[in-house]
Design a protein around this ligand. Structure first.
Ligand SMILES: Cc1cc2nc3c(=O)[nH]c(=O)nc-3n(C[C@H](O)[C@H](O)[C@H](O)COP(=O)(O)O)c2cc1C
Length: 258
């Protein structure tokens, strides 16, 4: 079973490809916490790196999983460049559940983090081509149930970003919000939000309503990148259309939570 978490689709596209190559089943981490995984012989986790750490949604969901003790466990992390403690932090949770991560690999993909950063088309093309060929190798390793780590050691940036007071000070600055004057109430953001954290409320244009982001945001930025009106802002700044990014293989319907 391959379990995924994804905001802008990179991790889902990669999880999907690994599932096809290995003949394994795909399931969102949100569905996995409600499922019986006790008979699974393989557990794969595919998720992005946020601020050199796993997304807080991933650690919270992995804590809640009930997993078979003797499964072959692998982790594939997607990132713009550096993953810091993204494997280590999840590995620690799995160890408490009696599981050892046998294999992990990081994959560099087009970055969806800072607005406009890493959106150079040549860089994106390079990353897509490179990761497609890496995935052939990773799939063959997983099929062979290989034990190895293609992943850097945990680093200082990861520890610093995980400090509670650093998170308290920095995360609110990067919190997405809806510009009510631009929002047309199309509900795309509501559909792609993995946390189910976006609702419609009555706004200036009462006929359509406007989106409202509540307090369970995990900053995956899917709302920022999928909004057709560029109406989701960060620190008051909109993301121009040319800077919006989502994995080209992933459609809105693929991210809608069941
Ligand atoms: C809030 C946030 C923080 C990020 N932090 C990092 C980071 O520390 N290092 C890195 O290499 N990439 C970082 N990224 C880039 C993502 O890891 C990368 O775009 C990932 O593939 C997104 O996965 P998704 O498309 O499945 O959501 C960050 C992205 C976001 C949204």
């Amino acid at each position: 079973m391959i379990l995924w978490f994804s905001g802008t689709g990179n991790s889902l596209a990669i999880a999907r490809r690994l599932a096809t190559d290995t003949g394994d089943t795909l399931m969102s981490l949100y569905d996995a916490v409600r499922s019986d995984l006790s008979k699974e012989s393989t557990i794969g986790l595919v998720y992005p790196s946020y601020y050199f750490n796993p997304p807080q949604a991933v650690t919270a969901l992995v804590e809640r999983l009930s997993l078979p003790r003797n499964a072959y466990v692998f982790i594939v992390i997607t990132c713009g460049a550096q993953t810091g403690n993204s494997v280590w932090a999840v590995e620690r949770i799995l160890r408490k559940k009696g599981l050892k991560v046998a294999y992990c690999h990081k994959i560099r993909v087009p970055d969806c983090s800072a607005i406009g950063f890493g959106r150079d088309p040549n860089m994106q093309k390079w990353k897509f081509e490179r990761y497609a060929s890496r995935l052939d190798v990773i799939s063959s390793h997983i099929k062979a149930k290989r034990h190895s780590r293609y992943y850097g050691a945990p680093g200082l940036a990861g520890w610093i970003c995980a400090l509670p007071w650093v998170k308290r000070r920095t995360l609110p600055l990067l919190q997405p919000a809806v510009d009510e004057h631009k929002c047309i109430g199309c509900s795309v953001c509501m559909k792609v939000c993995p946390q189910g954290n976006i609702r419609m409320k009555e706004g200036a244009k009462a006929d359509t309503g406007v989106a409202y982001i509540s307090d369970r945001c995990v900053q995956c930025l899917s709302c920022v990148h999928f909004c057709p009106q560029q109406a989701v802002v960060i620190a008051g700044k909109p993301t121009p259309k040319k800077h919006q990014y989502h994995n080209p293989q992933i459609k809105i319907k693929d991210l809608i939570r069941r």
